[in-house]
Design a protein around this ligand. Sequence first.
Ligand SMILES: Cc1cc2nc3c(=O)[nH]c(=O)nc-3n(C[C@H](O)[C@H](O)[C@H](O)COP(=O)(O)O)c2cc1C
Length: 343
Amino acid sequence: MKTLFDETCIGTIQLRNRLVRSSTWEAMADETGRPTPRLIQVYHDLAYGGTGLIITSATTIAGDATHPPGMLAINDNSSIPAFQELARTVHEAGVPIVMQLVHPGRDGVMWTPKDATLDDIQAIVKGFGDAAIRAQKAGFDGVEIHAAHGYFLSQFMNVRKNTRTDEYGGPVENRMRFLLEIAEVIRARTGETFPVLVKINCSDFEEDDGVWDATRAACKDLAKFGISAFEISGGVNGAQFPPQGLPYEESIFRDYATEIARTTAVPVILVGCNRTPSVMTELLNTSGIRYFSLSRPFLRQPDLADYWKENPDRAAECISCDSCRNQPDGNVCPFRESPGGEI
Ligand SMILES: Cc1cc2nc3c(=O)[nH]c(=O)nc-3n(C[C@H](O)[C@H](O)[C@H](O)COP(=O)(O)O)c2cc1C
């Protein structure tokens, strides 16, 4: 029987358990997008709390992308030393760390696919490659392409949002082209073994959005580029979460993730309302899903992995109230005794 505390590998990444910190915007980077001591403390607490793998908050790849306040940015080489310190802090606890890369938009506006010229698309593809190299140089164990939650890249998959009539719009193979090109360039630039993960929506939960078709096809093709893991998410940022009409209260995208696990050999990470070890353990042994990532519960209990090792019968304390989103002074859980850790 598999357990949450099995020691496993995702490519070259060694994990002490199957519990992953899903990317979570802390709103604690400095005005140039570099990690601050306070932000590094968040990662220190997660690492020393026994987390199996930490994925950073979405880190913008683009110099021209106006990011929300306090977002990490890896858009030039001068930021590498600051990120080295973040990676070193986590590694000192024996925990691997992956950088999530995102293109959030331009000039403070969320781009839609039709806004981008072919030159823009090629520049963004190259930008992802440049950012991945920087993450590798900074000592990160891998990168994750953020292709979920209705951000720019994710919108290409959605037939309602992507109204392009060129080779990046229309049929499934066109809608997934942008993501595939990004994966290909990162693989080519970082070498054959550098772990590349993809966070992707099973659905935007909009009527006839076409996302599930595009995602299933993309996952099959992404497997050919040696993608190390798929993190299966869903829904669009700003819309109701979890989306309405899902059959479960916990581990809500489980059916979609099970289907991706059935149809590719790439390890699947399930995100979204994972709260109870027994539910996850059951899924682990019945579904092909190999890892479970969590966001809000780690804001309340950064030592949740260690806690669950000792208390496998207890659910996470997180009540999914979303009070951690858009806090004025960093995205922290207001119910945590010492929110944000020691400063
Ligand atoms: C405060 C906050 C910030 C988040 N930031 C990111 C992010 O930067 N990148 C990302 O892919 N998802 C982000 N998410 C989504 C989470 O990674 C996760 O997919 C979602 O919260 C569901 O997991 P949970 O039920 O364990 O919280 C964020 C969620 C929260 C609550």
